[in-house]
Write a protein that binds this ligand. Structure first.
Ligand code: HEM
Length: 215
């Protein structure tokens, strides 16, 4: 983590997929070039210092993700519901920020059709992400778009970081025989990278809104 950024090349999803001055660097450049376009006036808040990008996924991690996802697929609705119910249990403020789930008893949520549908949408995205591990540019575009949507849904950036750890706890019972520190690290790395791009895009949307409001 410490040496993040300067030595990174390629999409942050891949060390191997390097194509020169791209990936996290390009991502930051895109954000800052957008910022430069928008930031002509002094009152526009400066871009906060970018947190260092997470470690890109290794080939081994991509393989592990692909293999373990195949095993998870049949349990995915259950995994999605458990992910969100545990997220709401441990972070009630996140539940309150979801309009349809605000104030709903957790026991009722466990059987809620709406929660299941939402969880399935999120899981379908994880499936897309796993399917695009070897097409990092496409994955980055999808994540930026998703981040932008989440800004408009009113999701807070800090909440985006909370999904990965809950998802990882939820998949463990389905992967007992395959579970290892390596598997854990691979899923952690995927969610860190996804959250990093989504949050960058949410922050860019916020700056855009501030700029629009100011003019
Ligand atoms: C890694 C994190 C996350 C992923 C991958 C994810 C994924 C998704 C996807 C794929 C959708 C459907 C978008 C569409 O249909 O166009 C969605 C919708 C939504 N998400 Fe997330 N999400 C994440 C985190 C969060 C968080 C932390 C919040 C709020 C605290 C949130 C709130 C919402 C809301 C309000 C919607 C719209 C309603 C709905 O589709 O049911 N999401 N999310």
């Amino acid at each position: 983590m410490g040496n993040a950024g300067a030595t990174r090349r390629g999409s942050i999803f891949s060390k191997q997929d390097s194509t020169g001055d791209e990936g996290s660097t390009r991502h930051n450049k895109r954000l800052s070039s957008r910022q430069n376009t928008l930031l002509e006036e002094e009152e526009f808040p400066p871009e906060p210092p970018a947190s260092p990008p997470p470690e890109p996924l290794t080939m081994r991690q991509k393989e592990l993700l692909t293999e373990t996802w195949k095993l998870l697929e049949e349990d995915i609705a259950k995994v999605g519901v458990i992910t969100f119910v545990s997220l709401f249990e441990t972070h009630p403020d996140v539940q309150q920020s979801f309009m349809p789930f605000k104030g709903v008893d957790l026991e009722d949520l466990k059987h809620s059709r709406q929660l299941r549908d939402h969880a399935l949408r999120v899981m379908a995205f994880v499936q897309k992400a796993v399917a695009r591990l070897y097409e990092p540019d496409k994955l980055e575009t999808l994540l930026r778009d998703l981040g932008k949507k989440h800004y408009h849904y009113g999701a807070k950036q800090k909440y985006v970081d909370l999904i990965g750890p809950q998802f990882i706890l939820a998949i463990q019972p389905s992967l007992v025989d395959q579970w290892s520190q390596e598997t854990h690290s691979a899923w952690t790395a995927l969610f860190l990278n996804m959250a990093y791009i989504m949050k960058g895009s949410m922050a860019a949307e916020e700056r855009f809104k501030v700029k629009k409001t100011a003019t």
